[in-house]
Design a protein around this ligand. Sequence first.
Ligand SMILES: *Cc1c(COP(=O)(O)O)cnc(C)c1O
Length: 430
Amino acid sequence: MNYTASADLFKQAKEYIPGGVNSPVRACRSVGCDPVFITKATGATLTDADGNEYVDFVCSWGPMIVGHAHPHIVDAVQQAAASGTSFGAPTPTEIDLARMVVEAVPSVEKVRFVNSGTEATMSAVRLARGYTGKKVVVKFDGCYHGHADSFLVKAGSGLITLGIPGSPGVPEEIVKNTLSIPYNDIDTLERTLRDEDLQIACVIVEPVAGNMGCVPPKPGFLEKLRELTREMGIVLIFDEVITGFRLSYGGAQQYYNIMPDLTCLGKIIGGGLPVGAYGGKAEIMNCVAPDGPVYQAGTLSGNPLAMTAGIATLKLLQQPRFYEQLEEKAAAYADALKRIASATGIAVQLNRVGSMMTGFFTEKPVTDFDSAMQADAARYGQHYRQMLGRGIYLAPSQFEVAFISAAQSEKDLEKTLKMTEWSFKKLLEK
Ligand SMILES: *Cc1c(COP(=O)(O)O)cnc(C)c1O
């Protein structure tokens, strides 16, 4: 493939934008190549600046569950744009999307829209602290909740770690109120949450971890988390920015039938436009300004274009058997991948929940951050570059999810499987 136009754009981008990108993973450093610049996308096909086409498994990191440039969404957004793009005043579309979210997500009684997943988690934690009058946030190693200061805490080494900032610019004073404990470790969880001296305000969790690659919750983990937080009066926050409207129309909470106190949403609810949301029990949500004292605001929050894209997307997800079909497609694809791995003799742990999956290049099961880190990222890098060269667009990191969307055709997936087989064989060559 020819990448000259992308190479030239990357050179220009680096002059004006740090690293040439507006979000670090896009720079593709961990897979050892330069990014391609995308100029167009329809359905499951991305087109880059050189005219190369790719089958897309990144799906804009989750939002594009019905594919790119879906005509219903494009029409709705175009119509909305013609009526004005932002008013800084209430609009009817906000109520429509809010009603749809409340009807869909079982534990959400009231919802506030923001502009990104980061804003949603940051605001949910502020609310949990305001509501409980306590300070400490518990998170899990390898779970990502956006780039707000409180969440940028390095993972500990198996035991409870007091927060050490994971980034310069984040003061110790801030992250000392964040505890990061291992995912799927029920004993550490119980020991931590029962410690009343810790003054825990909330626990935030990805009900299926998606940001260390796909790591499902062990049976009993989310149940225990719900039981302990309820008993100890700790606010339980599900970060469903990926899982919301992906694992089912009601998200992971419906999929596993476990109800958090607060839920963070993003990605899919914006249908590809910038939207986040946090919602939950009315009793807690009523603490948000102007009804309550916890301040949170946004000039573009509830933006009519973004709300319209969200509504159009959710309507498409209401089609009968949408999630069943996605599950069938993902299951068949995952089975085929596993067959290819065992036939070629490449060690892959394929973790999958619904339409989220990651093939980790390792022989041992991946159940948490430490085991995820055992995966061979260099091997993934080679696989990534080989697949890109054959028209398959995977996430540019071993520790991300591949998404199945409604738009990938049987032909797309067949092609991907064929290229995977070729790539796996090539990995063994040297
Ligand atoms: C993507 C993501 C976020 C952050 O959302 P942004 O829109 O990128 O700010 C938060 N939590 C989870 C689980 C995510 O996957």
